[in-house]
Design a protein. Structure first.
Length: 452
């Protein structure tokens, strides 16, 4: 049996377009060339800027507060401001990528990141520092949805399916960069001062900008009078010259009902992403806080204890990228959330190190599998002319989970992290993992297709 959603994740649902460009009219480009290093280098570099900046600031907050004479409640805005800007910016930039062209949006986002890094590095006051984080959130929000739109367009241009491992690389770039963010931020703050945490974005964004201008394919102009463009799945594939010209939409002959089915499948995917990362962020921030305050670890040693979580997330992301199906990895992710939450209920301030390492590693499994699985589902379910917006909304659901998680941690920890607070976080995780598992198993869009 074959999984229709997984097949669509690796094969364009609408069928291959007539090959164009360097591949020639009769010879489609080889997959290795179509999705080679030149195309992927700027996409990967641009896509890691958002997650690395979301975590890199954590180890610089104390120094920033000391220099500007503000407390923890104020410095927390440096985290929230970027998450809020990213949550709004991801679908907005994705929609702009669908309308104006993904390469243009990618380039504009990289330029905004340069500006944000300069503002933050030179900010004379705390308010301007927050403003730089807002600009940084908007600028970095452009890369991922634009990258997804570019991959879909390249697949249709060359007549080659986007390889699953190529999508997995985007996911791995986000997971890996988020994992090394605190370490990188601490190193920069310790050696060059906290302003280097902002300034480092300038050379990184310039590299992404140069790669985009040199190697990303040019945006294609919309066909004049193409009324079907931008009107959901029913009009997909008819809005761009040379990309999907005259092809059936993902809704196929179903028309509007088909578009409704695809929209429903996407909503379920966003819900799975949001619920999964609500639990993951509760653990990511709550566990590290508990390790320092209740277990007595230094920030450096707490980061080392969290390392198995990052390693497990990276390994599972690679494994998920090589998996043909989507339903099975997402089911394992939900089960791992439940198992990890159960283990957290047994932890205490006197727990041995091996128990802490294993508990963290358990939560790395759903990070990797859910990221690649839901990304593949979005790629399969989104209409071709709406890929950017769909990918942006996927990230928005993730950031909404992070914002809710931050509020929950504040409620359960109160004045400080404790064993009872960690156990409450574990109960929240277990309570959310069960409906998440049911949602995954009941989603018919993820079920393998039965042979006719």
């Amino acid at each position: 049996m074959s999984d229709p959603t997984a097949a669509a994740a690796t094969t364009d649902r609408t069928g291959p377009a007539a090959p164009e460009g360097p591949a020639g009219p009769d010879r489609p480009a080889a997959p290795g060339r179509a999705f080679g290093a030149r195309l992927m280098a700027p996409l990967l570099l641009g896509s890691l800027l958002n997650p690395v900046n979301s975590t890199m600031i954590a180890t610089a907050l104390v120094a920033i507060g000391r220099d500007f004479h503000v407390g923890a409640a104020d410095t927390a805005w440096l985290i929230s401001a970027m998450y809020l800007a990213s949550a709004v910016g991801q679908p907005t930039m994705g929609r702009l990528a669908d309308r104006a062209g993904p390469r243009r949006v990618f380039v504009a986002g990289a330029a905004a990141v340069c500006a944000a890094g300069l503002i933050g590095a030179l900010a004379p006051g705390f308010a301007l520092l927050i403003a730089s984080r807002v600009v940084l959130g908007i600028g970095t929000a452009a890369a991922y949805p634009a990258a997804m739109a570019i991959l879909r367009a390249e697949s249709r241009r060359t007549g080659q399916p986007t390889p699953r491992h190529v999508l997995g690389r985007l996911s791995l770039a986000a997971l890996g960069s988020a994992a090394i963010g605190p370490t990188l931020g601490g190193l920069l703050a310790a050696t060059a001062g906290w302003r280097a945490v902002f300034a480092v974005n300038i050379p990184l964004a310039l590299l992404a900008l140069a790669g985009a201008l040199a190697w990303l394919p040019p945006d294609r102009k919309p066909v004049r009078g193409a009324a079907g463009a931008g009107h959901g799945a029913a009009g997909a594939g008819h809005g761009e010259k040379g990309i999907g010209r005259g092809e059936p939409s993902p809704a196929g002959p179903l028309g509007s009902p088909g578009a409704g089915l695809f929209a429903g499948a996407l909503v379920r995917t966003y819900l799975r992403q949001g619920l999964t990362y609500l639990v993951i962020y509760c653990v990511l921030y709550g566990f590290s806080e508990w390790l320092e305050q209740a277990h007595g670890y230094s920030p450096f040693h707490a980061g080392l204890v969290m390392l198995p979580m990052s390693v497990a997330a990276a390994c599972c992301s690679l494994a998920g990228a090589r998996t043909k199906g989507i339903r099975a990895p997402l089911t394992v992710a939900a089960l791992s959330l439940a198992a990890g939450s159960a283990v957290f209920l047994l932890l205490a301030g006197s727990s041995p190190l091996v128990a802490l390492l294993c508990a963290g590693a358990l939560f790395g499994i759903p990070q990797g599998l859910a990221s690649t699985g839901n990304q593949a589902a979005v790629y399969a379910q989104a209409p071709p002319d709406g890929m950017g917006a769909a990918a942006g909304l996927q990230r928005t659901s993730q950031y909404l989970g992070a914002i809710i998680a931050a509020g929950l941690i504040g409620l359960v920890y109160g004045q400080g992290a404790s064993d009872s607070g960690l156990h409450e976080i574990a109960l929240i995780g277990a309570a959310l993992a069960l409906p998440l598992l049911a949602l995954t198993l009941a989603d018919r869009a993820l079920r393998p297709r039965r042979p006719a």
